[in-house]
Design a protein around this ligand. Sequence first.
Ligand code: GDD
Ligand code: MG
Length: 361
Amino acid sequence: MTSAAAPQTDAVILVGGKGTRLRPLTLSAPKPMLPTAGVPFLVHLLARIREAGIKHVVLGTSFKAEVFEEHFADGSDFGLEIEYVTESEPLGTGGGIRNVLPKLRGDNIMVFNGDVLGGTDLGAVLDTHVRNEADVTMHLVRVGDPRAFGCVPTDADGRVTAFLEKTQDPPTDQINAGCYVFRREIIEQIPAGRPVSVEREVFPALLTEGKRVFGHVDAAYWRDMGTPEDFVRGSADLVRGIAPSPALEGARGESLVHPSASIGPGALLIGGTVVGRGAEIGAGARLDGAVVFDGARIEAGAVIERTIIGFGVRVGPRALIRDGVIGDGADVGARCELLRGARVWPGVKLPDGGIRFSTDV
Ligand code: GDD
Ligand code: MG
């Protein structure tokens, strides 16, 4: 798995986005720090980077930059050397990459979107780059609906022929998986000091200039965690062992419960449910694919399906929440029904029976 090129390769992780699609959870925490199968999401990516033999990581931060440094410090607890470069105003994905240039040491730089859960062999991506003598190599995957991603057609030699960010009319189901290898000179050529999109500006320009841009396609596990549906699904896949992570040890199963959490009699935890530190699950509650952050309380008989429950939330007895996002400290009254993408803002208090999708009392 480890490529010969890995020890000389820097890893750059872009973590400066605002995570708007995961609001309100991302009002208080940046997306890559949301708890995912017991650890901040970024821990899974860092563990993969370390496993590939890369030692030096630079985080390109902006929104809530301080949270990353407080948690990861110099990286030694994670077996890495981690440095930080903060954009006072977000510079976009390309600007964020250009902004970390002074910290880079090697000739090849591996760049990651900070919200991708994957099982790709990073050493193999690096080897594809070296073998093709590429300027840029992109990890590509096939998805059912490419419209939410960067669509990237390639020719028979694996050379990228176009980069079409979020097009309504994608010519192929092959998309940018959010992991690239750059030759250092390419990063040096990105304009400095202004916002630049790597997807909309840098990649199309490189193709116009005839630079050597190659794809590395594989069928490993892959998921962008940027929406509530994907976050819930990715978290459950980690718990159940469908998504690999070197950061998770031991057996996988239907649920992952922090040792300090309490589970009432007859409560059912299935579908890759996660219960965080100090959380309390009441008697007979049913949690299916739920992500319950630290200190939350789910009371007796409540039903939580495919939903993220923020820090310190209370869900009252016999409430039903399906496909929802409940902000930190919110209080969902007894028998409330919240369905189909409901988002409750932090601290909001819904009275008992205050929102229903049915007419029975
Ligand atoms: N430092 C920094 N500065 N990071 C940023 C900025 C910024 O201004 N804007 C976004 N990021 C980070 C985000 O935190 C995230 O980790 C990553 O860049 C990608 O941003 P998203 O907002 O998650 O983009 P996306 O999911 O819509 O699309 C991107 O990812 C897809 C794959 O998951 C694109 O790269 C697509 O082409 C790609 O298919
Ligand atoms: Mg994303």
